[in-house]
Design a protein around this ligand. Sequence first.
Ligand SMILES: C[S@@+](CC[C@H](N)C(=O)[O-])C[C@H]1O[C@@H](n2cnc3c(N)ncnc32)[C@H](O)[C@@H]1O
Length: 207
Amino acid sequence: MDSSAIIEKYFIDLSEQQKAQFKELGSLYAEWNDKINVVSRKDIENIYEKHILHALAIAKFQDLSEKKILDVGTGGGFPGIPLAILFPDAEFTLVDSIGKKIKVVNAVIEALGLENVEAFHQRAEKTKGKFNFVISRAVTRMKPFLHWVNQKIYSNKPEDNCGVIALKGGDLEEEMSEIKRMYQEVSISDYFEEEFFDTKKIIFVPF
Ligand SMILES: C[S@@+](CC[C@H](N)C(=O)[O-])C[C@H]1O[C@@H](n2cnc3c(N)ncnc32)[C@H](O)[C@@H]1O
């Protein structure tokens, strides 16, 4: 199967423009990764499975339509860029503390003509604004992460359905019990069931 076709298999309602953007995304990263390393050389050959679909797992978990989203520690644009393609009516802000990674993100945004994403060379702690969801993949332990971002969530009323969504791997038992003391409603689930998603988790902290 053509790699970008994997996405069409999971997200069947894609417009022609979204299909074209997902298709182009793989070659854009291959091109940029030769100049600035944003994903490991080994992973670039499996960019759809290892990075793009992993990012889109958030969409299987939470509909982001018309929401304001902050992606903290986006690196080369994960999970923010694939999600911005999938939700053209949501507004994305992507930040990372490493400037050269944001350079790649801005080049990708421009090449794809994405009008719903802005990317900034900025630390999470310095980022201003209020968002429905703060998202991240593989950035830091949940406790400091929540400390960085808890003032940036737009509402803590359950009916507004706001919160933090983090994609993480590894042994999460200790950090989960650490944050459960402060956020009782925190949940952890597997990526949607497929061979690509067997080792990683989605953590959701509702506000
Ligand atoms: C392991 S990389 C993950 C990048 C991307 N999220 C991904 O999944 O490919 C972690 C990223 O978090 C960024 N980062 C770490 N601490 C940060 C902070 N306080 N503010 C913004 N970015 C931060 C790093 O610069 C790095 O790009």
